[in-house]
Design a protein around this ligand. Structure first.
Ligand code: ADP
Ligand code: MG
Length: 238
């Protein structure tokens, strides 16, 4: 669990500024959901937090320590993507342990952590299967398992459910809420699904065109949207 702070964060690709000064204070243990139309900069922001993309200017701090130039593997962050490419030739167990093996974690410790994650995600019976023997929802759980075994202080999710059908999405949404409770961890989550945002979030961040339009609890945004754009996005009648 960690605090995360963004202070006037900006990102340019060449002369095109795509993130235009984002300030945000995320508290330890909070579930924060970013929403906003395609292209507004949600993924770019997440990738900067993870360290997969350089921050053009501004400060990113975790628990008060500036992280802008810290190696991704040393930020205490794990990210789950929309396209959860599992290694097809590896079993579920190997897929979940791979990053740890790569990082030189001892075999017994890897086994312990994979077992722990499998229990949380109810993957025990599937540990020896290959990805092609799994359903979409099971594959997504393995992708989340790969993040859990790293014992991150902060989880980043980039539209993790958008490749699943509607029924499975509802089911996985409940699982992710349960995961947040079980692990008592800080989660930053991107979605374009309003229902997902309203049900999962402690705090919703509405973005448009590289800026934050409004930050608030689901109820605050619903009851008192700052403008028509937020109202339209959240679905309230203003
Ligand atoms: P979102 O995740 O909200 O759909 P993105 O963060 O993917 O939005 O993209 C934000 C903007 O940045 C878009 O206009 C996109 O075209 C642009 N962009 C993203 N990555 C690059 C890149 N590598 N080079 C140039 N422009 C990019
Ligand atoms: Mg995106």
């Amino acid at each position: 669990m960690s605090d995360l702070q963004l202070s006037d964060i900006r990102k340019s690709y060449g002369s095109l500024e795509v993130i235009k000064g984002v300030d945000l204070d995320i508290k330890s243990g909070e579930f924060v959901v970013f929403v906003g139309p395609s292209g507004c900069g949600k993924s770019t922001l997440l990738r900067m937090i993870a360290g997969l993309e350089e921050i053009t200017s501004g400060d990113l701090t975790i628990d008060g320590e500036r992280m802008n130039d810290v190696d991704p593997s040393k930020r205490g962050i794990a990210m789950v993507f929309q396209s959860y490419a599992l290694y097809p030739h590896m079993t579920v167990r190997e897929n979940m342990g791979f990053a740890l093996r790569f990082a030189g974690v001892a075999k017994a410790e890897i086994e312990r952590r994979v077992g722990e994650a499998a229990k949380i995600l109810e993957l025990d019976p599937l540990l020896d299967r290959k990805p092609k023997q799994l359903s979409g929802g099971q594959r997504q759980r393995v992708a989340i398992g790969r993040a859990i075994v790293r014992h991150p202080k902060i989880f980043l999710f980039d539209e993790p459910l958008s490749n699943l059908d509607a029924e499975l999405r509802v089911h996985m949404r409940i699982e992710i809420a349960r995961l947040h409770k079980t692990l008592a961890t800080t989660i930053v989550y991107v979605t374009h699904d309003q229902v997902e945002a309203m049900t999962l979030a402690d705090k919703i961040v509405v973005m448009r065109g590289g800026v934050v339009e409004q930050v608030g609890s689901p109820l605050e945004l619903y009851d008192d949207p700052a403008n028509l754009f937020v109202a339209g996005f959240i679905g309230s009648p203003k």
